[in-house]
Design a binder for this molecule. Structure first.
Ligand SMILES: C[S@@+](CC[C@H](N)C(=O)[O-])C[C@H]1O[C@@H](n2cnc3c(N)ncnc32)[C@H](O)[C@@H]1O
Length: 223
């Protein structure tokens, strides 16, 4: 835990200066590029690997995932924030697969039931107001047997670290300005929404400007 706190404090001053200088979408894209270089790239590639057919990416942000999809996938990317969606459209132009960026929220997906063959969610359930509601919508629009893959950060299972994360969540929410909570554990909600968890892999990325959250790479099947 001391290593994680040290990492956060070491990079906080420079990140705050960057935050004062850049619009939120620009700041986010900069921090994501750093995190990809620090190891997230492999996790993102694994998230998209082998997905075929109609793929739904929820909360696509600035399009950080788009470069990882493989031929055979046709991507629909949902993003509610107009500034993020604009950057995502730029990223879509250079993607190796067709990408349709749709401005909508996960709580009201504008798609027919059972339309998608696969779903991808990267670092989103920390930010949505009601994860259970969004997961219910995902369940509706994925066909039975569809793959759902996620990367999410979670509250630490260690008692002291988990308690500390709960205690500082309010301050973190004010700091990140994106609704990102650090005290959630989305795994029970994913299972409760009707997904079978087939693989859950812990990992961590130490990237300048981002907390070294405990992360989970999650593979699930829509029941
Ligand atoms: C931390 S960013 C992750 C972006 C991207 N998935 C990535 O991996 O870089 C969280 C994203 O979730 C989006 N988001 C927030 N609330 C949402 C909601 N209710 N439905 C769908 N997306 C939402 C935000 O606009 C933001 O783009």
């Amino acid at each position: 835990m001391l290593r994680e706190i040290g990492h956060f404090l070491r990079h906080a001053p420079a990140t705050l200066r960057l935050k004062a200088r850049l619009p939120q979408a620009e700041l986010y894209a900069t921090l994501m590029a750093r995190s990809d270089a620090a190891g997230m790239r492999d996790r993102r590639a694994a998230l998209a690997a082998g997905l075929r057919g109609e793929v739904l990416e929820l909360g696509a942000g600035t399009g950080a995932m788009f470069g990882y999809y493989e031929p055979g996938a046709a991507l629909t990317a949902v993003e509610p924030d107009p500034a993020f969606a604009a950057k995502a459209r730029d990223a879509a132009a250079g993607a190796p697969v067709p990408v349709d960026v749709v401005e909508a929220t996960g709580e009201a997906l504008p798609f027919d039931a059972g339309r998608f063959d696969a779903g991808v969610v990267a670092l989103v359930l920390c930010s949505v107001p009601e994860p259970a509601h969004v997961l219910g919508e995902l369940h509706r629009v994925l066909r039975p047997g569809a793959t759902l893959r996620l990367i999410e950060h979670v509250r630490s299972e260690r008692r002291v670290a988990g308690t500390l994360m709960r205690a500082v969540n309010g301050a973190w929410l004010r700091l990140n300005g994106q609704g990102c909570n650090l005290d959630r554990d989305p795994l029970p909600a994913i299972a409760a929404a009707g997904f079978e968890l087939t693989r859950v892999e812990p990992f961590q990325v130490f990237s300048a400007g981002l907390p070294a959250f405990p992360m989970r790479w999650i593979d699930a099947t829509r029941r």
